[in-house]
Design a protein around this ligand. Sequence first.
Ligand code: UDP
Ligand code: UDP
Length: 303
Amino acid sequence: MAGHEVLCLDNFFTGARMNVEHLLDHKRFELLRHDVCQPLFVEIDEVYNLACPASPIHYRLDPVQTTKTSVLGAINMLGLAKRVKAKILQASTSEVYGDPQVHPQPEEYWGNVNPIGVRSCYDEGKRCAETLFYDYHRQNNVNIRVMRIFNTYGPRMHPNDGRVISNFIMQALMNKPLTLYGDGLQTRSFCYRDDLVDGMIKLMNAPDHISMPVNMGNPNEFTIKELAELVLELTGSKSRIIREPLPQDDPLQRKPEIGRAREYLGWQPTTELREGLVKTIQYFEELHSKYTQAEALKLVQAQ
Ligand code: UDP
Ligand code: UDP
């Protein structure tokens, strides 16, 4: 819509063609099946590198491939950006802070990360990708942007990707019990998709000296139990809430400090959780009513 030509790469491990189907006929949009672990030679001006499964159940399916995607993917995309002198933005993550001992998390915090746990393939892969970004910047003068994304949600999420918002909504719509892990007092801060995309574009367009990492997320913090209750209220579901064990290395608290994004980009999220959930529930309701569960899963599943 801004007039750019867009080349969209996906290996469809967790993404689905259905998510970009409405763009396929657009004259400036091109879709290419490609894995960033392989080199890519194209002519471009900007790279948004979001490649890597981000849901714990997906990134644990093949942890070696997860690390490769972050590390080899970063090397290839940085090599590409270096060759064509493109700006390159890395979608990093709040997981670089691990189970944080500082709350909320400012960008200066170095994190508390287990290097050998079940989440490490994702956390350490993304940390190494950041290292590569800063070394290509210092060594090869590559124009980089690094955003650390906190929990994000919205329409076109995978209904079965195991993340808390999609799980709770799908469970509520199917009148199945909501699976609350642990005591539900762990906290997260949820950012609506449109706010995040707006921040991402602002960071790409920011002046070149903004090369430090920038947190992006919604600083409003909720316990997972509060989220479960809100989803029940908004769906009108009669589901019960049941307890399940807390997964290993599950961070207890997470909330972004977004002063940098506010100061340098004039960015802050504007969508309240309740408002974003209503739109997300609507998306999942459509998916749920139009298709059987098996059909819906097939549509959004890796192809
Ligand atoms: N690369 C790529 N596309 C390009 C330029 C480089 O995929 O347009 C890959 C290249 O295959 C290499 C990686 O990016 O494996 C890193 O490139 P760089 O030039 O930094 O390192 P080198 O080629 O010297 O290993
Ligand atoms: N969670 C939960 N029930 C679920 C899925 C997740 O209680 O069905 C919890 C999970 O233990 C974590 C939080 O919700 O504390 C967020 O989990 P998610 O996988 O969405 O993202 P994370 O922030 O852990 O990467």
